[in-house]
Write a protein that binds this ligand. Structure first.
Ligand SMILES: [Zn+2]
Length: 295
């Protein structure tokens, strides 16, 4: 039973539909605007360290092999809207995006809450360790801000966008990446959960990072991320669909999945097939959006 007082954070409509639930984590889908939202939200959200005890070296290889070529495409999209200047990567991780941004001429700065990751990124770039919202930046100090795989993790995305808007100069550009809940991979994962009456929950656990400290609190799609940006002082200039992995990076990605033997092989074959089908049907599982601050 859903509390009738629960309202969609994007459009205000009452929330009446459970999309899925795994353990204590329940996700509702707004029938009016389509936003998927964890409900109730984990409160209070204490800062955590997902990278402690995590194999950062292997993860860095995945990023360099798979994400860095994506970052180059992202920067080409950003540069169509902003030629250069000061760029802040919010949640910069180990700084790989900063490497690419600096290479194409941006003055690249990073913000990262993880002690380990901020220390690694800080060896190559000016990086502040901290949670966004708790670190103060000068108003209008940046011409570009980036939020790669961040907005789906924050309890109040509109408040984060308002803050990002404040640290951008007038006409400044925001670029972000979020998972797309309408992608083929999340759709098949959800279908598997339903058809198995909730027993096959591993794909959803992985996609929504339910075994991590920073879980996904929201699930966006093209219309909901565009609406969120437009409602918070941004004009969308470009939206691009992207995969969250490719055939080459599949092996590394599977290093983080608790499967072995035939189950691992079956999962790899299934994921490879879904990846190809998602590309052909243009239902990849991530969205990249570039938007400009409106004044
Ligand atoms: Zn809604």
């Amino acid at each position: 039973m859903i509390n009738p007082a629960f309202r969609c954070v994007l459009c205000g409509a009452p929330l009446t539909r459970v999309l899925f639930a795994v353990g204590p984590d329940r996700y509702l889908e707004c029938r009016s605007c389509g936003l998927v939202q964890m409900n109730p939200l984990p409160v209070p959200e204490e800062p955590g360290e997902d990278y402690e005890g995590f194999d950062l070296e292997t993860y860095a290889k995945f990023i360099v092999e798979f994400r860095c070529p994506q970052y180059e495409r992202d920067l080409a999209l950003i540069r169509a809207s902003a030629a250069g200047g000061r760029l802040l990567d919010i949640g910069c991780g180990m700084g790989e995006f900063l490497d690419v941004a600096a290479r194409v001429g941006f003055q690249a700065y990073g913000l990262e809450p993880s002690r380990r990751a901020s220390e690694i990124a800080g060896r190559r770039h000016p990086v502040v360790r901290g949670e966004f919202g708790q670190v103060r930046f000068k108003e209008g100090a940046f011409s570009v801000a980036t939020l790669w795989s961040v907005l789906e993790h924050v309890p109040a995305p509109a408040a984060v966008l308002a803050e990002v808007r404040g640290l951008l100069a007038p006409g400044g550009v925001l670029a972000l990446r979020v998972p797309d809940v309408r992608g083929l991979l999340p759709a098949i994962s959800l279908a598997g959960w339903r058809l198995s009456f909730g027993r096959l929950d591993m794909p959803l656990r992985i996609l929504y990072q339910l075994d991590w400290h920073y879980k996904h609190l929201y699930g966006f799609e093209r219309r909901t991320i565009v609406r969120l940006l437009e409602d918070n002082g941004f004009a969308v200039e470009a939206v691009r669909s992207e995969p969250s992995f490719d055939v080459k990076s599949l092996k590394r990605r599977m290093d983080y999945v608790p499967l072995r033997g035939p189950a691992l092989l079956a999962a790899k074959v299934a994921l490879g097939a879904i990846l190809v089908a998602a590309g052909l049907s243009r239902r990849q599982d991530e969205l990249v959006v570039v938007a400009r601050r409106t004044d």
